[in-house]
Write a protein that binds this ligand. Structure first.
Ligand SMILES: Cc1cc2nc3c(=O)[nH]c(=O)nc-3n(C[C@H](O)[C@H](O)[C@H](O)COP(=O)(O)OP(=O)(O)OC[C@H]3O[C@@H](n4cnc5c(N)ncnc54)[C@H](O)[C@@H]3O)c2cc1C
Length: 468
């Protein structure tokens, strides 16, 4: 046993930590397909040495103060739903499991705010808000398997982002424990011109700059009406043109998703409807007060139909809504040793998206039987592209190698076409070797911030391409 473990376990009460093999093992794998394959071949390279489970924020600051003094790595863990290996401890040390910091601290109905502890799971928060007539409007597919702190740390983005934005648009203030154990709380205001936005430093920092303790999020009244529609497009090009025009007119439907012909077949299955041959399926949702939702729906449909869109009725869109948290297609495949399944999301300005899509489909097709594509987060300036790859190979080792090849080709092709290498999953281990090139000269600022906030390099070392 390392010397530091002995002094750690003597210093902290034993109900707060564990060094049991089973516990340590639990935190050696998240939802990154590569590490799932490594586990299936008996490799466990990302093993913490101690699991620490604080009950109060104060215990987080205490453990950080201790770890900083003893130069022991600390890796935060929300719910382990990250799909790029960001929460995996690369250098052992302390795994900080935040699951007991799960309280709703304030529900402020006057200002439409909720303040919650970082370890609270998304679906508990959403259910509690719903019981008061409110909703988050942040709805990642992983709502029932991820935490609020994880959303902040990964810069997450939900399925209704075309109207409501990413987590950065919901978070108004955060409390963060810094590497030396000091706590900071950012100023709560609807907007303020009081220097750079400190909270933004931590959004997307993947546990490398501080540990998020609590978050104040915007909330919204539940919409009076939701209208759904499915539209078929003859090509990816026509659907993307329609999507761009929709977003650039100033309309903000809460649901704007467009599937290529290959993925359309998978999506339509949920409703039991076979889409027309060659259809690229677009699903649209408008919400708000009855009149508003109806007016938006009519204006949106006019645009979509003027770009070759053909109305198919609400059923396929409804089927998607009803199954929108279902990830079993990927999970079941990954559970098989030879199963290959990966999801890779990138983002592009409108003028580069079609080329990026075509290049990724082309370059990735030798690596998977199915290469599916959809566009699910759209903006006036551009859109995200989400690629799903499915295949079957001989065994888990071949699957791991295949996944690594897929990542390399996907990242290189995206960069060659000017796309941002991640839209919302983040960097983790999967993308870290591309980050310096991706950020160019601005990486220097990130490195200086890291050195200033965490000079001993204890927070999630080996991530965001930091050298320690
Ligand atoms: C089925 C499925 C669907 C998904 N759908 C979406 C989606 O729609 N949109 C989306 O954006 N993502 C999605 N994801 C990815 C994942 O759910 C998100 O990245 C999520 O935000 C991770 O939250 P978590 O609590 O599980 O964090 P973890 O996976 O535990 O950790 C992720 C990173 O955050 C850090 N971290 C966690 N908590 C804290 C904290 N309190 N303070 C500091 N650092 C912290 C960790 O160290 C790590 O670097 C999906 C994943 C799966 C498996």
């Amino acid at each position: 046993m390392a010397d530091w473990i002995k002094s750690f376990t003597e210093y902290f009460p034993n109900e707060l930590w564990s060094i049991e093999a089973e516990e340590l093992n639990r935190f050696s794998i998240d939802a990154w397909p590569v590490v799932i394959k490594m586990k299936q071949t008996g490799q466990t390279p990302y093993l913490p040495q101690v699991v620490f489970r604080p009950r109060f924020s104060k215990e987080v600051t205490q453990v950080l103060g201790w770890a900083n003094q003893h130069r022991v790595p600390v890796t935060a863990w929300g719910a382990g739903s990250g799909v790029v290996g960001a929460a995996l401890p690369t250098q052992g040390g302390i795994l900080l499991d935040l699951s007991l910091l799960n309280k709703i601290l304030v529900l402020d109905k006057m200002n439409l705010l909720v303040k919650v502890q970082a370890g609270l799971m998304g679906h508990y928060l959403e259910a509690e808000l719903n019981s008061h007539g409110f909703t988050l409007n942040h709805s990642p597919q992983s709502l029932d398997r991820s935490t609020v702190g994880g959303w902040i740390a990964t810069r997450a983005c939900g399925q209704f982002s075309s109207r409501w934005g990413g987590i950065e648009d919901f978070a108004l203030a955060i409390t963060v424990a810094l590497a030396d154990g000091k706590t900071i709380t950012t100023r709560l205001a609807p907007r303020a011109a009081i220097g750079p936005d400190i909270k933004s430093l931590f959004i997307g920092s993947e546990g490398t700059l501080g540990i998020v303790l609590d978050v104040t999020l915007k909330i919204f009244p539940i919409a009076e009406t939701r209208l759904l529609e499915t539209i078929s497009f003859p090509s990816v090009k026509s659907g993307l043109t329609a999507m761009r025009r929709l977003m650039q007119t100033g309309l903000r439907p809460f649901l704007v998703r467009f599937y290529d012909v290959d993925e359309s077949l998978f999506v339509a299955r949920w409703s039991g409807i076979t889409p027309p041959l060659g259809a690229n399926i677009f699903i649209l949702g408008c919400e708000g007060l009855n009149d508003m939702a109806l007016a938006e729906y009519r204006a949106a449909m006019q645009i979509l139909q003027s770009e070759e869109g053909v109305r198919l009725g609400p059923e396929i869109a409804q089927g998607w809504m009803d199954h929108r948290f279902d990830f079993s297609g990927v999970e079941n495949r990954l559970a098989q040793p030879g199963g290959v399944a990966e999801t890779i999301e990138v983002a592009s300005l409108w003028d580069g998206i079609l080329e990026t899509y075509e290049a990724l489909k082309h370059d990735l097709s030798p690596f998977a039987e199915h290469v599916l594509g959809h566009f699910s987060h759209s903006y006036p300036q551009g859109v995200s592209l989400y690629i799903i790859l499915l295949d079957e190979v001989a065994d888990a080792k071949s699957a791991e190698l295949r996944l690594r090849e897929i990542w390399d080709v996907a990242m290189r092709t995206s960069m060659a076409h000017g796309a941002a290498i991640s839209h919302h999953h983040g960097i983790g281990l999967a993308r870290q070797k591309y980050l310096r090139e991706e950020l160019g000269s601005s990486y220097d600022v990130l490195e200086r911030v890291k050195n200033a906030l965490d000079p001993e390099g204890i927070l999630n070392p080996g991530k965001l391409a930091f050298r320690r």
